[in-house]
Design a protein around this ligand. Structure first.
Ligand SMILES: [Mg+2]
Length: 353
């Protein structure tokens, strides 16, 4: 087996900012690392790691980890054993492990002549899975422009958690007065009383589906449970949920969880995190970082385990080097997709594509 990797800068269509960027300014590009595995017998898999500064990760930490990996210890025929080996290299390093996990499953599924969702015994129902499009924190005139550009998406996710929440939300509503909105505060409301006040305001605004991570993940769980008990809108944990072992606490503090492959060690970990949450009655969504079609397509293969999708990373960039799942009017589809992460998905009427 050979393992190769390269850094790649994804270019953003618009400057991107969330709550933690308000003091430092937004980003115009987002660096990721692409990985390729090749086994010498013509079997090949690709993967991607999108590191997040929120978790003290960078392309440097991803590449430093990958340089420590002995490719001879990885096998398309033993994904679980390969992941156990990666865990033995070093703890953490989730984006690097995610990239290798995607490449392993891509190669394993292709070797089995199945799509990844088939390989994982999930399937993918065409015509069912709709993603939101995310509007980052920006000046009101730019927010209005972004919302106009997102006209074809039936649901928006709006980033709040800055001092200008009300002006930003008002700008969205000027252009899209009735469109369903998901709000993501990205830990931006640290005081529980203030968080409740803002959630009550959003509930009164109408057509807000839920609020994601209103308070910091490091908050006292009693405060998070206090907020859940009083919130007029469902609350979703994102920064608070990384691993199936956190599902029980998440069920006390939230109504649902946002799973991202780069937080949960790829498709293997994401699958476990989604199933653990569902077993405890939590609603589930799949989210993303700024990512290419590799990570977005991989995540879409887990769509059947979710209630909501926020898989728009590849829509927010202008130089995606890959093609995989397609998004049109918010609807995600593998119909006519190239070989990336497999084909042969099921349509709603049961026919193959
Ligand atoms: Mg989030």
């Amino acid at each position: 087996m050979t393992l190769t990797f390269r850094r790649f800068d994804l270019k953003l269509r618009h400057t991107w900012a969330i709550a933690s960027d308000v003091t430092t300014g937004g980003k115009n590009f987002y660096p990721v690392v692409f990985v390729e595995l090749e086994d010498g017998q013509g079997r090949r898999g690709v993967g991607e790691g999108a590191p997040s500064s929120r978790y003290k990760e960078s392309t440097d930490t991803v590449i430093a980890f990958l340089r420590r990996v002995e490719a001879s210890r990885l096998s398309f025929d033993d994904v679980a054993g390969s992941m156990a080996y990666l865990e033995s290299v070093a703890p953490g390093n989730y984006p690097a492990k995610t990239a290798v996990n995607l490449a392993l499953l891509d190669g394993a599924a292709k070797a089995a002549r199945k799509s990844v969702c088939e390989f994982l015994n999930l399937g993918f129902t065409e015509g069912r899975h709709v993603t939101s499009l995310t509007i980052g924190i920006d000046r009101p005139e730019m927010v209005r422009q972004k919302v106009r550009e997102a006209e074809d998406f039936p649901v928006l996710k709006v980033k709040l958690g800055s001092p200008d929440d009300r002006a930003l939300f008002a700008a969205v509503r000027e252009v899209a007065p009735h469109k369903p909105i998901r709000v993501d505060a990205n830990e931006g409301w640290p005081k529980k009383e203030d968080a409740l006040h803002r959630i009550e305001w959003l509930a009164a605004e109408g057509n807000v589906q839920f609020v994601e991570q209103p308070m910091p993940a490091a908050s006292d769980p009693n405060d998070l449970a206090w907020l859940k008990a009083r919130s007029p809108l469902p609350l979703f944990g994102d920064e608070s949920y990384h691993h199936p072992s956190q599902a029980a606490l998440a069920a006390e503090c939230f109504h649902g969880v946002n799973v991202k492959l780069v937080k949960t060690t790829g498709l293997s970990g994401g699958l476990e995190a989604l199933r653990a949450a569902r077993q405890l009655g939590l609603k589930t969504m799949l989210g993303c970082m700024i990512e290419s079609s590799v990570l977005i397509s991989a995540a879409a293969h887990l769509a059947e385990l979710t209630d909501y999708l926020d898989l728009d990373g590849n829509v927010l960039i202008t130089n995606d080097p890959f093609r995989g799942v397609r998004t049109a009017d918010g609807l995600m589809s593998f119909a006519g997709a190239p070989e990336l992460f497999g084909l042969r998905v099921q349509s709603a009427d049961g026919s193959g594509n």
